[in-house]
Design a protein around this ligand. Structure first.
Ligand code: MLC
Ligand code: AMP
Length: 501
């Protein structure tokens, strides 16, 4: 059958869909261009039959057309991060075993090597989007996989979370209802387009609703303020670090700019924060500057969004609200039974928004669910006066920095491959700017020289930039508990805590 997203785009026809560095485009143009690109991807076949297509494309029109083309051809879209070095991209390509790789010309170098080693064709976006014939496109199974998003877990390298078309439809329907999406909405998008936040909450929600999505290729605070200042943007969504940077930029601006920026932002109908805990001082400063009380919500790659403060009604600072429409949420204690209000429990989620499983990892998928089908998030929360407050995570080895999830163990594994590193421990240290700052305590081989800057450069070649420890401390030994296990809380104390001003 035709995907509901595509059906709905037909209804939106002449409306503007995308405003991007490449220009302004209607829904009709999106349908036409993605049909042409789908035909190219099919290369004479009737259906991609769930073949993976990895794409490394600069956020903008080309990105959207590529993603829709993969879906319309019956493939699984695997968006890759434009900030990642070749080693991280190679992991995604090796793990998904795609049929083809699509790349923007200026990003081609990063994936050309792995594609060549695997004998994969690389299509560049100008060729993919060029004029050409359109064939009859296949029926796409709504229950079939649509998207693989890579996410860090406690063990090993990042895993691919498989979301079906039905998952995506359930997620966008839920958010559309909860946040009152309309076809005259206009949203600004600068979040990375390899995560659920940017892809689902912003881009796909906009296109599902016949709204306009304005894409900035990267985040620059002044660019965002200048767009908001025009008073045309109705919706804005970002992570707490972004709000913090926007506040800093506003505070550094002239009073004339401040007035125009604040007035424009006030014209927005809704501003949302998520992907990490929103510090109450950030919420309060943003409210003073723009008049908006940020709507904080809670989600995860594997489940989309689960909890949200209300569109209308009280948004309590420090709380993430109540379950979204169609999402079942419960808090479960250590004994595996739901806890009453007021007691902490792990957030578990069930329903049509929850992903199908990790790509080709049946054991990890099985371990992520309870026997009766609830997804274990690993986040701990408490219900107080009817709303959820997030207390933390069950694992000290999962960090969040600037909205990006990181496995401390993955970073440690990479650091240990450096010839001068005997052992190390990676921790997240509370940080006013990043939420948590990635820090590494390292034991050096006394026979080898090791400069922290050089170790960071070593890590930068192998890991996404946000995984590279910001602070590296050389130590003689790592603090251990009575069992001889490294004590992460004690490691954290080795790093000076940065005070929130
Ligand atoms: C960049 N850097 C980071 C970082 N992003 N360091 C720690 N954490 C991050 N998130 C590093 C860069 O490598 C660089 O290091 C230095 O910080 C400055 O880089 P920058 O170029 O100025 O950063 P910028 O591009 O502005 O990125 C910051 C950011 C970005 C906050 C805008 O990280 C971002 O867009 N984050 C959002 C991620 C997101 O969408 N998460 C949603 C996941 S889904 P150096 O050493 O070179 O100076 C999810 C589910 C849900 O969580 O609920 O939504
Ligand atoms: P990811 O795996 O990148 O999708 O990140 C999901 C994680 O982000 C969740 O498991 C939470 O730990 C965290 N998170 C998302 N939203 C919030 C929020 N509003 N408050 C606190 N943590 C959040």
């Amino acid at each position: 059958m035709t995907l509901p997203l595509v059906e709905r785009a037909r209804d939106a026809g002449a409306r503007q869909a995308i405003l991007a560095p490449e220009g302004a485009f209607t829904y009709a143009q999106l349908l036409e261009s993605s049909a042409r690109a789908a035909t190219r991807l099919l290369a004479g076949r009737d259906h991609l039959e769930g073949a993976r297509v990895c794409f490394l494309v600069t956020p903008g029109w080309d990105y959207v057309v590529t993603q829709w083309a993969i879906w319309r051809a019956g493939g699984i879209a695997v968006p890759m991060a434009v900030s990642h070095p070749p080693a991280e991209l190679a992991h995604v390509v090796d793990d998904t075993e795609p049929d083809a790789v699509v790349a923007s010309p200026d990003l081609l170098d990063r994936v050309a090597g792995v594609a060549r080693r695997r004998g994969l064709p690389v299509l560049q976006t100008p060729a993919l989007l060029a004029d050409g014939p359109v064939q009859t496109l296949p029926d796409v199974d709504r229950e079939g996989p649509a998207l693989i998003l890579y996410t860090s877990g406690t063990t090993g390298r990042p895993k691919g979370a498989v979301l079906t078309h039905a998952n995506l439809a359930a997620q966008v329907s839920s958010l559309s209802e909860a946040w009152g999406w309309r076809d005259d909405d206009h949203i600004l998008l600068h979040l990375p387009l390899h995560h659920v936040h940017g892809i689902v909450n912003v881009l796909t929600c906009a296109l599902w609703n016949g709204a306009l999505c304005q894409i900035l290729p990267r985040f620059r605070p002044v660019d965002v303020w200048e767009r908001l200042a025009l008073g045309e943007v109705t919706l804005y969504m970002a992570v707490p670090t972004v709000y913090r940077r926007l506040i800093d930029a506003w505070e550094g601006a002239t009073s004339a700019d401040r007035d125009v920026w604040s007035a424009g932002a006030a014209a927005c109908r809704l501003m949302v924060s998520g992907s990490a805990a929103l510090p109450v001082p950030t919420l309060e400063r943003w409210e003073r500057i723009t008049g908006h009380r940020l709507l904080e919500r809670y989600g995860m790659t594997e489940i989309g969004m689960a909890l949200s403060n209300p569109l209308h009604g009280e948004r309590r600072p420090g709380y993430v609200g109540t379950p979204l429409p169609g999402v079942e949420v419960r808090l479960v204690g250590e004994e595996g039974v739901p806890v009453p209000d007021g007691l902490p429990g792990e957030i578990q989620v069930r329903g049509p928004t929850v992903f199908r499983g990790y790509w080709r990892r049946p054991e990890e998928t099985a371990a992520a669910f309870t026997p009766d089908g609830w997804f274990r998030t690993g986040d701990v929360a408490v219900v107080e006066d009817g709303a959820c407050r997030i207390l933390g995570r069950t694992s000290v080895d999962i960090l969040k920095t600037g909205g990006e999830k990181i496995s401390a163990l993955e970073v440690e594994d990479v650091l240990r491959t450096h010839p001068a590193v005997v052992d190390c421990a990676v921790v997240g240290v509370p940080d006013a700017h990043w939420g948590e700052r990635v820090c590494a305590a390292v034991i050096r081989d006394p026979r080898e020289a090791l400069d922290p800057g050089e170790l960071r450069a070593f890590a930068r070649e192998r890991l996404a930039p946000y995984k590279v420890p910001k602070d590296v401390l050389l130590v003689d030994e790592l603090p251990r508990n009575a069992m001889g296990k490294v004590s992460k809380p004690a490691v954290r104390e080795l790093f000076q805590e940065v005070e929130t001003p």
